[in-house]
Design a protein around this ligand. Structure first.
Ligand SMILES: *[C@@H]1O[C@H](CO)[C@@H](O)[C@H](O)[C@H]1NC(C)=O
Ligand SMILES: *[C@@H]1O[C@H](CO)[C@@H](O)[C@H](O)[C@H]1NC(C)=O
Ligand SMILES: *[C@@H]1O[C@H](CO)[C@@H](O)[C@H](O)[C@H]1NC(C)=O
Ligand SMILES: *[C@@H]1O[C@H](CO)[C@@H](O)[C@H](O)[C@H]1NC(C)=O
Ligand SMILES: *[C@@H]1O[C@H](CO)[C@@H](O)[C@H](O)[C@H]1NC(C)=O
Length: 427
């Protein structure tokens, strides 16, 4: 309640009381002229603090349950007090004013409030909103998504990340039924979702480019295979902890269907083997980031395949892949040199920026206990962006006692100097 009052105050502060009254008069039937606008001058900072304090306190969640109880948020006339009752007075506010509220608020939470209570405004709003997050919902995410999905047909980015699992297939189905333009979806930690959700997305959201189902452990690989056969524009896929879904068969399907894939997290998907990863490396040449942490069955074959097949690889996670040996390290290092040589032919003006953009910039080989210092040192020496400086390691070797002698220069000078000489020759 307080937050809404705060918004009135914000309007009078921001646009000025006069223009507010002008807006009000331009509006359609005005029944609420008697609303008192305090001519208080408040700073935006103070206002935001006030609003956030109220939103944090969980009031909003309660208010939503009131709205939900009163029927899908459309009427917004909650009988049991709360936000619904207060807000019924907002229905006749002119569009311009409400637009202003949203732009001032810049906050998904207020978008949702407004869409639930202001009939005329809501439709226009829905057509304009492309990005929403429900991650702040602690209790009513499922109902809220079901009742609001149809109002946001232009939605492109949606976060349904959960602190406690509450989302069910019905909500994802609602999203898939109405939000056909969706590009980015975060469904992480949705333990309660089943394959129905993935099938719904595969039918309704063909333009998905980023999908995060990290920790959603109940999906099967058959459903994931189907999804990748429909959503072929995927660029970023997080399957961390999806032990059932991330099988070799699924990786083969990804390799076949998603040749634009740039980032894939397979953390703790401990059922995958070299078979899956080598297909991936040959089918997805755009890969820049691959996390294989805890994939205990993979061996050097996987790393060699990635080193050879994915020239843009920037980040590789091999944490706890204990069957990785020096051979994997040497293949990474060797590929850097091959590429470096190719580059020097046409080095010219952009060699410096290529240095920054190409090659491994992050390698996590923590707990890879079979590695020896010379092999790791070779990787380190091949990629200027890898280092072991305190505070900002990009070569992570913690837990590898045998590697304490590995040392990558912190100061960029040694690497840079070497490169500079190289590119001078290239001229
Ligand atoms: C996916 O979700 C997890 C868990 O919520 C989060 O840690 C991670 O940053 C997300 N990844 C991407 C690429 O969005
Ligand atoms: C996983 O999904 C199946 C249906 O596909 C369901 O019966 C089961 O209860 C789910 N498991 C969990 C832990 O939610
Ligand atoms: C692991 O993969 C095999 C086939 O490669 C499959 O039979 C098995 O069910 C999978 N295990 C899990 C936990 O999904
Ligand atoms: C290395 O990878 C593991 C597994 O993903 C992660 O828990 C750890 O934080 C990483 N180390 C660093 C320093 O990023
Ligand atoms: C991993 O290494 C262990 C011994 O270090 C070996 O017994 C096992 O067969 C290896 N796994 C694979 C998939 O090569």
């Amino acid at each position: 309640m307080r937050s809404l009052l705060a918004f009135f105050i914000a309007i009078s502060d921001l646009a000025g009381y006069k223009s507010l009254v002008m807006l009000m008069n331009k509006g359609r039937k005005i029944r609420h002229r008697s609303v008192v606008f305090p001519k208080v001058q408040l700073s935006l900072g103070y206002l935001k603090k006030m609003v956030n304090a109220n939103l944090m306190s969980g009031n909003l969640d309660n208010s939503f349950s009131a709205l939900m109880v009163s029927g899908g948020g459309e009427s917004g006339q909650a009988q049991n007090g709360g936000l619904g009752t207060i807000l019924s007075g907002w229905k006749d506010l002119p569009m311009e004013l409400l637009l202003r509220i949203i732009s001032v608020a810049g906050d998904d939470r207020m978008v949702v409030v407004a869409s639930g209570v202001c009939t005329g405004w809501r439709d226009a709003l829905g057509w304009g909103v492309t990005s929403l997050s429900f991650s702040w919902c602690q209790d009513h995410m499922n109902d809220l998504v079901i009742s609001l999905a149809h109002k946001f047909p232009k939605l492109q980015v949606l976060s349904l990340r959960q602190i406690k699992p509450q989302l069910e297939d019905s909500a994802v189905e609602a999203v898939a039924n109405y939000c056909h333009d969706l590009r980015e979806l975060d469904l992480s930690r949705s333990f309660r979702l089943t394959d129905r959700s993935l099938y719904a997305l595969a039918h309704g959201c063909l333009h998905l480019t980023r999908l995060n189902i990290s920790g959603s452990s109940n999906f099967s690989d058959a459903a994931l295979v189907y999804l990748t056969s429909q959503c072929r524009n995927l660029k970023c896929l997080n399957l961390c902890g999806c032990v059932r879904a991330a099988s070799d068969r699924a990786l083969q399907a990804i390799a076949r269907n998603c040749d634009q894939l740039q980032s894939l997290n397979l953390g703790w998907c401990d059922n995958i083997t070299d078979k899956g990863v080598t297909s991936l490396a040959s089918g997805c040449p755009e890969l820049r980031a691959v996390d294989l942490c805890g994939c205990v069955l993979i061996t050097d074959e996987s790393v060699v395949a990635l080193a050879n097949g994915c020239p843009h690889l920037r980040s590789l996670g091999l944490y706890y892949c204990q069957n990785i040996t020096d051979r994997a390290m040497y293949s990474l290092a060797a590929n850097s040199r091959v590429r470096g040589k190719g580059m020097s032919w046409d080095a010219g003006r952009s060699s410096r920026s290529k240095d920054d953009k190409d090659g491994l910039a992050s390698l996590n080989i923590s707990q890879c206990t079979a590695l020896t210092p010379p092999a790791v040192q070779a990787v380190c020496d091949s990629f200027p962006a890898l280092h072991t400086c305190p505070e900002r390691h990009s070569l992570i070797i913690s837990g590898c006692l045998s590697l304490t002698s590995v040392h990558c220069a912190c100061a960029l000078h040694p690497h840079r100097a070497g490169r500079a000489i190289l590119s001078n020759h290239a001229y």
